[in-house]
Design a protein around this ligand. Structure first.
Ligand code: FES
Length: 143
């Protein structure tokens, strides 16, 4: 005998599962939408992601959200533009933003964060554009 009755074991499993669900619910949207892909490479959002307060990207600014693999810029008229920061050359996550210029550390590709266009090879394909909008004061980005 192990000392654990089947019913207490079942309760433990259920409790463990509920605790896991509560943790998953707490972290929610961002983690499920931006996890690495099946091959372990960086992944762009595959579902809407809450990036926090919309005002954190003021007019005329550009902000890199490393954990979500997203860059967001806001024009002077208040409209948002967002792009995946998964490099189109070989899939590295881009981690450097200077002004509006994104640099991929893997092989040196550069991109314009406001248009997604390639500024420097080896990448030849622009960054993938995402939809960005403010909703209830939150900045939401989606595929
Ligand atoms: S993966 Fe970014 S430059 Fe090669």
């Amino acid at each position: 005998m192990s000392g654990t009755s089947p019913s207490s074991s079942a309760r433990l499993s259920r409790r463990t599962a509920l605790r896991g669900a509560a943790v998953a619910g707490t972290v929610g949207l961002g983690l499920t939408a931006c996890s690495p892909g099946a091959d372990g490479k960086a992944a762009a959002p595959t579902a809407p992601v809450d990036l926090g307060q919309a005002e954190d990207v003021p007019k005329g600014a550009t902000k890199l959200f490393k954990d979500e693999n997203v860059v967001v810029s806001r024009a002077d008229d208040g409209t948002y533009k967002a792009f995946s920061t998964v490099c189109t050359h070989a899939g590295c996550p881009i981690r450097m933003l200077e002004g509006t210029e994104l640099t991929c550390n893997c092989h040196g590709s550069k991109f314009d964060a406001t248009t997604g266009k390639v500024l420097h090879e080896p990448a030849t394909v622009p960054l993938t554009e995402l939809k960005a909008r403010a909703k209830g004061g939150k900045l939401i980005v989606s595929p």
